[in-house]
Design a protein around this ligand. Structure first.
Ligand code: NCD
Length: 339
């Protein structure tokens, strides 16, 4: 079943994608939330607004002078309980480009290893008056729990296998800029769906925006009742890629697996690894995506990943900074209005 979400248009505003549009939106309380904990519950209008806002930041980031003062005097704390390079750097750059002071809290060296609970960490940080906390945690729901104990804005940078909302937003921005739309596109999300917060957030966002979503994986890597999310589940790669506009590959998350869910890496690559040969089933102009980090030769052939005509993997990284700037801007609007 394809559900195309319709929504009321917002009042006219400057052309999307211009810095003027980004600035004008910054004063418009369209996304009136203090936290971004997930894609679940966001309306199509809210998602569109964040993407429009991010479009303006893409242009800004391509200029030599990329610094704004929107968050001047504000403090952003990156609190990562799981290792991350690109997401953490992306948030750090986003915060700095908006003028905020950014602190990266090294959890491995913090009191957490000395037995402090998540709530104690939250309350301790809260006492330091941060304005934004960007949190990644290995437990699903941990970021929402933390948000209940602090006064500042909280952004989920990935919680367990639950959600990774800024990844889904940056993927949507990449798709919208390359394909001109999201509604009606066939998106095949392939690989370790079971452990993937990226898959979950993407499914929620793409369905809300009216795309057709297929999840493609061996049965052992498909969550039970995944169809209830409004997607088609396919266990054959060839069939899953048929007529796809977008092929989104996911990393095999061995660190989250209890027991062996795939017979061997070689066999996995043989059946589910993306190669140019398998890609022939998709549309001739199908775009390839991967959130990174990539396992070349496991879920994707290195040659495909590097194919500059098909792969949007580095675009995704670029869009990541712009989307995070948009999210930081939007979640702190209320705070800034009070100042
Ligand atoms: C993803 C994550 O951490 O959920 N990566 C990322 O945000 N760059 C996907 C993954 O780890 O495979």
């Amino acid at each position: 079943m394809i559900r195309v979400t319709t929504f009321a248009r917002l009042p006219p505003r400057p052309r999307a994608g211009t810095i003027a549009a980004a600035m004008a939106l910054a004063n418009e309380p369209a996304f009136a939330r203090q936290h971004l904990l997930g894609i679940e519950g966001l309306s199509a209008a809210e998602i569109e607004d964040l993407l429009d806002l991010a479009d303006g930041f893409v242009e800004l980031n391509r200029q030599s002078e990329k610094k704004l003062q929107l968050l001047r005097g504000r403090t952003l704390i990156n609190l990562f309980f799981e290792p991350s390079t690109r997401t953490q750097t992306s948030f750090e750059l986003a915060g700095k480009r908006l003028g905020a002071d950014v602190v990266n809290m090294a959890v491995a060296r913090s009191s957490v290893v000395k037995g402090e609970t998540l709530i104690d960490t939250a309350m301790t940080l809260n006492a330091m008056h941060p304005d934004v906390l960007v949190v990644r945690h290995h437990e699903s729901g941990a970021v929402a729990l933390l948000a209940r104990h602090v006064r500042c804005a909280v952004i989920n940078a990935g919680d367990g296998a639950h959600e990774h909302p800024t990844q889904a937003l940056l993927d949507a921005l990449t798709i919208r800029r390359r394909k001109g739309r999201i509604a009606g596109l066939v998106v095949a999300i392939c690989g370790d769906i079971l452990h993937s917060r990226v898959a979950r957030s993407n499914i929620l966002l793409l369905r809300t925006m009216g795309a057709r979503v297929r999840v493609v994986a061996p049965p052992t890597l498909l969550p039970r009742a995944v169809e209830s999310l409004g997607v088609e589940a396919v266990t054959d790669m060839q069939r899953g890629l048929e007529d796809a506009d977008i092929v989104m590959m996911l990393r095999l998350q061995s660190e989250r697996m209890q027991g062996s869910l795939v017979p061997s890496v070689r066999e996995y690559f043989h059946f589910f690894g993306l190669t140019h040969e398998k890609l022939r089933a998709a549309k001739p102009d199908a775009m390839i995506m991967h959130p990174g980090p990539m396992n070349r030769g496991v879920e994707i052939d290195g040659v495909v990943a590097d194919d500059i005509n098909r792969s949007a993997i580095l675009d995704q990284v670029e869009m990541g900074v712009a989307v995070r700037m948009a999210v930081l801007d939007a979640t702190t609007r209320r705070l800034r209005a009070q100042a």
